[in-house]
Write a protein that binds this ligand. Structure first.
Ligand code: KG4
Ligand code: ZN
Length: 380
């Protein structure tokens, strides 16, 4: 049988997306309706507004993805939808719509874990580039606004299985970027702004001590005793940045910057630079360096301990330029191959959902009419 055309639908957070991917590797269309403009005035995602925007966008986004792919509702072979984790109301829009569409079209529906989607964003692009020879063991770092997870990923026949060996105990890495940007009056989402500004500051100016986690997580009861965990914690660094702004009396300049940026519809890097003094730029660069060093050090420790051959780094924060170059350098030093998604497929999109659905198509792992959204869906 020829490779199936799978229509993917993603609505777990603040992007409504639909995509058509053939056979897990041929990306035919990928439409993303971002809600950044809606949430920007609030400095973060407002769940109720996210659900409303998904409701408004889902039908036109799906239609556009099909049209751009030269496909129709009738011509696709299966539908795939993000079941979780994510915002309950946001997920519900995608799941309800996909269920109704699959029922009406009498086509199989495949439920996909959003985190697995991020991992398959990398695999999709590797296959597209002709790299079908992934070396195992594979370690995946999924690092986004909602997640900081380490998984050992393995193939079982045509399917995949995952073992979580680390996660954040509090804030996700992307959340730390967003919160620090917000408290410095830099707006939302913080990651891309911090990434751009960090290049203009001294990363050694401010020293941040990141948390070394030694005790077991009380949520890890399922883990066999003796198994090493590689956990992260990013709420402390946000507090340290706040303390720094207090001791260096930055609050007035932060407020001036915040107000000035509100008046600029689409601020450029030059606008931000004009509104940031040296101390702030050094603080931003030092914060990013501390985040990158912590993510890279912990991930590579896990990779060495597990004799990992391939490292996948994915999720919104994988778009960070310093994170990429640092991972590339350190992985190479350790004889490990590191792969990232392109920047477009780093942040939330439906192509990764359609790609992750393909192995489930092969194993006939289809959802039934009882499928529901699960805000805390674990990945196994
Ligand atoms: O994967 P994603 O789109 O959504 C979630 O599943 O959370 O990730 C969004 C996160 C935000 O926290 C955003 O600030 C962060 O990814 N991000 C970045 C960069 N681009 C996006 N963080 C650091 N550097 C970037 N260049
Ligand atoms: Zn995501």
């Amino acid at each position: 049988m020829s490779a199936p055309y799978i229509l993917g639908i993603e609505s777990s957070c603040d992007e409504t997306s639909a995509a058509v991917v053939r056979g897990g590797e041929e990306l035919i269309s990928n439409v993303v309706a971002s809600q950044i403009a809606t949430h920007k005035p609030y400095g973060g995602v407002v769940p109720e507004l996210a659900s409303r925007e998904h409701l408004r966008n889902i039908v036109p986004v799906v239609r556009q993805a099909l049209a751009e792919a030269g496909q129709t509702y009738e011509s696709i072979d299966a539908l795939a939808v993000t079941r979780g984790p994510g915002l309950a109301g946001a997920l519900l829009v995608g799941v309800s719509y996909a269920k109704a569409l699959a029922f009406a079209l009498q086509k199989p529906l495949i439920a996909v874990n959003h985190i697995e989607g991020h991992i398959h964003a990398v695999l999709l692009e590797q296959r597209r580039a002709g790299n079908n020879n992934l070396q195992f063991p594979v370690l995946a770092l999924v690092v986004s606004g909602g997640h900081t997870h380490l998984y050992l990923a393995d193939r079982i026949g045509d399917g995949w299985k995952y073992q979580n060996i680390g996660h954040t105990r509090d804030d996700a890495a992307g959340e730390a970027f967003d919160k620090v940007a917000k408290l410095l009056g830099l707006g939302y989402p913080g990651g891309p702004i911090v990434d751009a500004l960090a290049k203009h500051g001294n990363p050694a100016a401010v020293k941040f001590g990141l948390v070394q986690i030694k005790h077991r997580d009380r949520n890890d009861r399922g883990l066999p005793t003796g198994d090493q965990r590689y956990d992260f914690s990013y709420s402390g660094i946000k507090t340290a940045v706040l303390r720094f702004t207090e001791t260096h009396k930055l609050s007035d300049s932060i407020e001036t910057r915040r107000r000035a940026l509100l008046d600029i519809a689409k601020p450029t890097v030059d606008d931000y630079l004009r509104l940031c003094d040296r101390t702030t730029l050094d603080l931003v660069a030092s914060f990013q360096r501390a985040m990158v060093d912590d993510l890279v050090t912990k991930t590579l420790t896990a990779a060495r301990d597990g004799d990992v051959a391939t490292l996948l780094v994915t999720g919104g924060v994988a778009a960070n330029s310093e994170l990429r170059s640092s991972f590339e350098r350190e992985a190479a030093k350790n004889g490990i191959v590191a792969h990232f998604p392109s920047r477009v497929l780093s942040t939330d999109n439906a192509a990764m959902i359609a790609a992750a659905a393909y192995p489930k198509w092969l194993t006939r792992d289809f959802a039934d009419e009882h499928l529901s959204a699960e805000a805390n869906l674990p990945l196994r």
